[in-house]
Design a protein around this ligand. Sequence first.
Ligand code: S3P
Ligand code: PEP
Length: 429
Amino acid sequence: MGIRKIENNNRSLKGSIKVPGDKSISHRAVMFGSMANGITEVTGFLNGEDCLSTIKCFKSLGVEIEHKGESLRIHGKGLEGLQEPLSPLDVGNSGTTARLLLGILAGRPFHSVLVGDASISKRPMDRVTIPLQKMGAKIDGRENGSLTPISVRGGGLQAITYDSPVASAQVKSSLILAALQAEGTTTLSEPFLSRDHTERMLKSFGASVSRNEGQVIVKGGQKLTGTKVSVPADISSAAFFLAAAAITPGSDITLTDVGINSTRSGIIDVLQEMGANLAINNKREENGEEVADLHITSSELEGITIEGEMIPRLIDEIPVIALLATQAEGKTVIKDAAELKVKETNRIDAVVTQLAKLGASVTATDDGMIIEGKTKLNGGPVTSLGDHRIGMSLAVAGCIADSPVELELADAISVSYPNFFEDLEKLRT
Ligand SMILES: O=C(O)C1=C[C@@H](OP(=O)(O)O)[C@@H](O)[C@H](O)C1
Ligand SMILES: C=C(OP(=O)(O)O)C(=O)O
C-alpha cells in the first residue's frame, strides 16, 4: 500500500456498515480459548495483524486453532496443554498480546522468550514484569526486564495485592491471568476503571472475578471451560467513521452492532458533549457485552475539556478526537493522557506534528494537548509513523482537507483495520 492519497471532492458519507470485530475482545477470545479445556468457537473475529500475532503465539505454544474467515475453532487442552515453545513468541506490533501473554506465561512451568517489532521494543513492559516478578515468576529482558526481548521461566506463583499506578486494562488483565494460576487470592486496583472485557469474558469461560469498591478480586486455581464468543464490532474502529461523518457536510451514516461497553464508550459521550447529532439505537446485550447501532449526521461541534476517568474510556480514540477538535468552535483541552506517549508511537507528538502539517493549531502539553478550532485543513504529505490510529485519523482529515492528503506508511492500518479504505470508500458517496 505505501502511500495513499485521500481526496475531499465534496463527498459526504452515507449508508450503513458494520466495522470489523473488536480487537481487545478478539485477542482475549484466542487467549482464554487456548487456556480453557474443550472447544471455543469464536465468531466476528478481527483479522487484523495484531490478533493474527496472538493466534500465531498460541499455535507456537501448541494450541490447535482452526481459522476460517471471521470464525475460529480453538481446541483448548487447559493450561497444562500449553507447551514450551521451540522459538521466540513474536507479538509483532501488539502491546495487548505482549502484556497479556506475559501474565499467562508467568504461571507456566517452562521457558519462553517474547519478541516484537521496533515499536514494541520501545514500549514499557515493567508495568507487568515487576508485579509478575513479585508473584514469583522469573523474568528477564533488556533494561532489567522492562523491554523486549523478554524471557520468562514461570510457575509457582503466589497471590499478591497490587495497586497499579496506571489505569491500564493490559496491566489488570495480565495480572488477572497470572492470578488465576497462583496460590491464594489476588487483589488488584487501578486509579480509574479501565476496559473490563477480561472480567466479563472470563465469566463465560466459567471463572469468577469479583469486584469490590473498585478492587478486582481473583481466586487462584480456577479452570476455564471452552465456550462460544461472538465479537461485537469495534467501537475504536467505528470512531473514525463517526468522526468523518460528524465533520463532513451532508453526511448521514449508521454503524451497526458496535460494542458500547461503558468502559469503552467515551467517544460517544465526547461526541454528544461536543454537540454531534449521534443516536444510540437498538441497544441489546450479547455475550455479556452491550451492543448497539450508532446513527450520526454531520454536526456543528464545540470544543470541550476531556480529563480524568474519561481518559481510559477513550484512550485509543484521542488521535481522531484531536482531528474532530480542529473542526469544533473554540478550545479543546485533553489532560491526564500521558499514557499516549507509550502507545505504538508517542501519540501526543505524532498528532501534533502531523496535524500541524495540515494547518491545524495543536499544542502538546505534558499529559495531552490543546487544540484551537475551527481551522480549515490543507492537504499535503503526512505520515502514520507506523501507527494505525494516526494513519486512520489522517485519512479522515483527507475527507475534509482543501487538497489531497498523501498518507505515507498507510499499510500500518492493517494492524486493526485491514479493509479500512474499502469501507471508507463504501460510505463516501
Ligand atoms: O486491554 C486492551 O485490549 C487494550 C488496552 C489499552 O491499553 P492500556 O492497557 O495500555 O491502556 C488500549 O490502549 C489497547 O489498544 C488495548
Ligand atoms: C494501543 C493500541 O494497541 P496495543 O497496545 O495492543 O498495541 C491500539 O490499538 O491503539
